[in-house]
Write a new protein. Structure first.
Length: 139
């Protein structure tokens, strides 16, 4: 995979939804390509409006910086390297260091996009679902 296709994005989304179903969580899933474009979005019935917005913001951030939002969390604290990250994306492209998104990489390690999850009970739960979805190609 050198480019994230719609078919790839649907499979990643399905993996995320399956992982959330196993826990009984209602989530939204956003798949963003390496250019920041939304390739695929899905939300489970009953998921919150906040999950719609947060999944996309998390995915956009992970695609823009090439690391998981969980890894950004410590660096985004006051006095740290990327403090103020939440204001860096500009209008319509908010960045976040809330866990729940991971980059999607090709077999060669090239960044092709990111998956973002919103709506699980805790950001760490969103992160678990995102990680499960990002590893879809190894299954």
């Amino acid at each position: 995979m050198t480019q994230l296709t719609l078919e790839d994005a649907r499979r990643i989304s399905d993996a995320a939804l399956t992982a959330a179903d196993q826990h009984g969580w209602l989530i939204s899933v956003a798949i963003i390509d390496r250019h920041g474009n939304l390739v695929h979005f899905a939300r489970q019935d009953g998921s919150t409006l906040a999950s719609v917005v947060s999944s996309q913001s998390k995915a956009w951030t992970a695609a823009a910086v090439g690391v998981s939002t969980q890894d950004l969390q410590a660096a985004a604290q006051p006095g740290q390297a990327v403090y103020g990250l939440a204001h860096a994306g500009g209008p319509g492209r908010p960045m976040t260091a809330v866990p729940g998104a991971v980059p999607i990489r090709s077999a060669d390690g090239d960044l092709v996009g990111a998956v973002g999850i919103g709506g699980a009970p805790a950001p760490s739960d969103d992160q678990l679902v995102a990680e499960a979805a990002a590893h879809w190609q190894s299954q």
